[in-house]
Design a binder for this molecule. Structure first.
Ligand SMILES: [Zn+2]
Length: 189
């Protein structure tokens, strides 16, 4: 956090950073907390596939990411997500299923933002046709089981996708178990 060299209150150079989130000015005792920012992302389910975006701007330009973005002041994570997806993909999301939240580090213009990313999943019936080219190079459709970890932009998205895959496998096993049960009970009925 070497970008912050002067106290924003008195202009002194005697400002220290605790390496985590607290700035302290030794001259005027001003304190500023660079708190964790909230962000929201969505795994768009289209049939058996999911829709990822290829980032068209730094950080992680060219890598795969989820649609979404930072939560604005006075906004809920769900509102932020619906707004971001409308801006990026020109679609309105239907029902959202909460997946989990994951810590992330986002470097932008020399500032390190620590974020807490709230991830959701949502089904879509038609693919977006209009995308915001300043943010998105292209849409990438993949089966969740073959999403390449090394091409994913952020650790939070990697972790979210891992849980999503695990849940998919579990629901498959559950359906197979149900079918097994059905087959098993049929002869005796
Ligand atoms: Zn000061």
């Amino acid at each position: 956090m070497e970008t912050f060299r002067y106290c924003p209150s008195c202009g002194s150079k005697e400002i220290t950073f605790d390496g985590m989130k607290k700035f302290h000015c030794r001259t005027c005792s001003f304190i500023y907390f660079h708190n964790t920012a909230a962000a929201a992302g969505v795994i768009l389910e289209y049939g058996e596939q999911i829709v990822l975006i290829r980032r068209n701007r730094e950080p992680a330009k060219g890598k795969l990411d989820l649609p979404g973005g930072f939560v604005d002041p006075d906004e809920s994570a769900e509102e932020a997500l619906r707004r971001e997806v409308r801006e990026e993909l020109s679609i309105d999301l239907g029902a959202l299923k909460y997946l989990g939240s994951y810590p992330n580090t986002y470097e932008y213009e020399g500032v390190t933002y620590k974020t807490c990313d709230l991830l959701f999943s949502s089904r879509i019936d038609t693919l977006p046709t209009v995308v915001d080219k300043t943010e998105i190079e292209e849409l990438v459709l993949l089966h969740p089981s073959i999403v390449p970890d090394e091409h994913i932009a952020f650790e939070s998205v990697r972790m979210g996708l891992r849980l999503f895959k695990k849940r998919m496998k579990l629901s498959c096993i559950f359906i197979l178990a149900l079918l097994g049960n059905l087959v098993y009970t049929l002869p005796s009925s």
